[in-house]
Design a protein around this ligand. Structure first.
Ligand SMILES: [Zn+2]
Length: 282
């Protein structure tokens, strides 16, 4: 358990500095717990509301929340709001978090690249829809960072500890030019699971279905807050369940928040460990 969580946070902190991580508290809690649930909030891109996301996270009962960066285009208010979240959390910055001021441009390029590229790693495929594949150019290509791939393999060699899970964001699930959806999980040959949490946009509006008499609701893909008849939201998280130090289940979860009511609307299983110890990746 300790190892798993250490490496989840550790991979993030290799190149970027987590802004907030109650690591000691978390370690203590994890050591005592037989199971741990991690909620990943992928690239936020302004889709964050402290009250609503807090309610959703309460329903999910996560022990730790991981943020993969891209809060907005240097959206300090969103980052401040996330800092107020009263849950153990680890936060890493993305390229959009140094977007307009160009503080790290040109002459400090090396440093930027280290920070910006920290989220993804090479060697996981080069098709457009691969987990780190280029979807904005014809023919695709591997957009991963070889430095991070090397760092992870070096960590494995030198520490002799396994790294069951590597979490990152940056590569959005919805591909450019309407080319469909990206693969969000890869089980590596060494059994390390590479997980992309960048479900963007992560919020859908819930609207009243005027045709239905039982006031059913429909999910609307429009993210505009001005959607008429909006009665609430549905918010995306990627959930990781770890039991006795082993990954048990990974799922994309959509939680509805309507006033004070929350419910799990959709759950797409990405990985589950079968009853006979078989690992199934869906
Ligand atoms: Zn992004």
């Amino acid at each position: 358990m300790l190892v798993t969580l250490f490496h989840v946070a550790g991979v993030c902190s290799l190149f970027g500095t987590p802004i907030s991580l109650s690591s000691l508290k978390l370690t203590y809690r994890s050591a005592m717990a037989a199971s741990v649930r991690i909620a990943i909030v992928g690239d936020v891109h302004d889709d964050w509301n402290l009250q609503e996301d807090t309610k959703a996270l309460q329903l999910l009962q996560s022990d730790l929340v991981l943020f993969t960066g891209d809060f907005g285009n240097e959206n300090v208010e969103v980052v401040r709001s996330i800092a107020e979240l009263k849950v153990a959390k680890a936060v890493i910055l993305g390229n959009h978090d140094a977007w307009s001021t160009q503080q790290f441009a040109e002459r400090r390029k090396d440093r930027v690249q280290l920070q910006l590229e920290c989220n993804i790693l090479s060697g996981l495929g080069s098709y457009v829809n691969d987990i780190c594949g280029r979807d904005w150019v014809f023919g695709g290509g591997d957009h991963g960072d070889p430095d991070l791939a090397r760092a992870i393999s070096q960590l494995k060699e030198t520490t002799k500890l396994s790294i069951p899970l590597v979490v990152f964001g940056h590569m959005h699930k919805e591909l450019a030019y309407g080319n469909g959806l990206r693969k969000m999980i890869v089980v590596g040959a060494d059994n390390t699971i590479y997980l992309n949490g960048a479900i963007v946009p992560r919020i859908k509006r819930l609207v009243a279905d005027e045709q239905a008499t039982n006031s059913k609701t429909l999910m609307n893909n429009e993210t505009s807050v001005s959607t008429p008849n909006a009665i609430g939201t549905v918010r995306a998280f990627t959930l990781v369940e770890i039991s006795d130090g082993k990954l048990k289940k990974i799922a994309e979860a959509w939680v509805s928040v309507v006033g004070d009511k929350t419910a799990l609307e959709e759950e797409h299983i990405l990985y589950s460990r079968g009853p006979g110890g078989t690992e199934i990746s869906v």
